[in-house]
Design a protein around this ligand. Structure first.
Ligand code: RUB
Length: 358
């Protein structure tokens, strides 16, 4: 029997039809395979997308402050692991590494982010199955976030004891750890006053004055260059930390070192409020802390500047250990000279792993 098929003006025989059908089957099989791979890529892409989304929120300062970005990074790792499809262990470890890199590229200065993400993946390499590795990342992410939040409360309790009734306090930028101390002292009825710097160019000081005034604290906003003017009226300084090196130097918002110098000149105690996960084990092995430089447009619009004028916008600076009177941590008040010991005690054998992986 001869079947005829009309198509593009041709007549086709049954043999031709069979051949066409075979080709079509092959084609649809190939299409199905391509679709399968695309779906797979989309679903992976989707999982990395969440991590990328978190990284860009951190880069764009929608999430900012060393503690907050560490919790955000750790949560993103936990979620990444939770969403991950079952794959061979080695593949999962590679994907974790990619997710980690995406998050760490968002902001380079705060070691809190590195420590937060590292805490999540710490046990994955020793796992013997995908499930074991995934569960460890989810568990570690959660315990890092819990530990991080309770550390801020512990710092507040410890730091508030150092505040005297009627003290005037100076703070810089917007640090949850430092503001925790100030709010706690106020809640204890210590009748304090606060000077808060504007913190150009992002003006995080506006967040600080909002938070403190909402807590009922007498707070005055000053421009950054007024720091030396108000130091004589200040009893103590509380600032936060992005990173503390093994030599006890503080890396924090640009301008912090000016506060430290002015405090030193006037004999005002300069206190750093920081969780110990802002101590950098990398600095033990000689790594330098990268100071983030942000876009020039944050400082001034290009249109208002004469042609040829350059803008330099480093957003953190380093305060040498000798200007720091106390480091208030969740473990208690320590001197800059004790930072190395605290890190060694906390990290134990891991410190050797870290050294060897350098
Ligand atoms: C914020 C800043 C804060 C520290 C500590 O800089 O320098 O003082 O991160 O904050 P940025 P916290 O706004 O550029 O992130 O105590 O909240 O961790």
């Amino acid at each position: 029997m001869t079947q005829t098929v009309r198509g593009a003006g041709t007549k086709r025989t049954a043999r031709t039809i069979k051949f066409i059908q075979a080709c079509q089957n092959e084609q649809s099989q190939r299409n199905a395979q391509v679709q399968y791979i695309l779906n797979l890529q989309n679903s992976w892409g989707h999982v990395f997308d969440k991590v990328r989304g978190m990284a860009s929120d951190i880069r764009d300062m929608k999430i900012r402050g060393a503690g907050r970005i560490a919790r955000a990074g750790a949560s993103a790792m936990g979620e990444f692991a939770e969403d991950h499809q079952t794959v061979p262990l080695e593949e999962f470890i590679n994907d974790l590494d990619t997710a980690k890199k995406i998050i760490l590229e968002s902001r380079p200065t705060a070691v809190s982010l590195w420590n937060g993400v590292q805490a999540c993946v710490r046990d994955a390499d020793d796992a013997s199955s995908f499930d074991e590795a995934r569960d460890s990342v989810v568990r570690n992410a959660k315990s890092f976030v819990d530990m991080s939040s309770s550390a801020v409360d512990a710092i507040a309790k410890i730091g508030a004891k150092t505040v005297r009734k009627g003290d005037t306090i100076l703070t810089h930028c917007n640090s949850s750890a430092a503001l925790g101390v100030i709010k706690k002292a106020h809640a204890q009825g210590k009748d304090i006053k606060v000077y808060a710097t504007e913190s150009r160019p992002w003006r995080q000081g506006l967040l600080t004055v909002k938070e403190l005034s909402e807590a009922g604290i007498d707070v005055t906003l000053i421009i950054d260059s007024a720091v030396r003017s108000v130091m004589k009226k200040t009893d103590r300084v509380f600032v936060g930390a992005d990173t503390v090196t093994s030599a006890g130097e503080l890396i924090n918002k640009i301008g912090t070192s000016q506060l430290a110098l002015a405090a030193d000149e006037t004999n005002v105690p300069f206190n750093v409020c920081t969780e110990t996960y802002k101590f950098s084990p990398l600095t033990i092995f000689g790594d330098a802390v990268e100071i983030e430089e942000r876009d020039c447009g944050e400082v001034a619009d290009a249109e208002i500047l004469p042609k040829g004028v350059k803008v330099y916008n480093p957003v953190f600076d380093t305060t040498p250990a000798r200007y720091i009177d106390a480091i208030i941590t969740e473990q208690g008040i320590i001197s800059p000279g004790s930072v190395y010991d605290v890190m060694i005690r906390q990290l134990g054998k891991e410190i050797l792993k870290m050294r060897d992986s350098q």
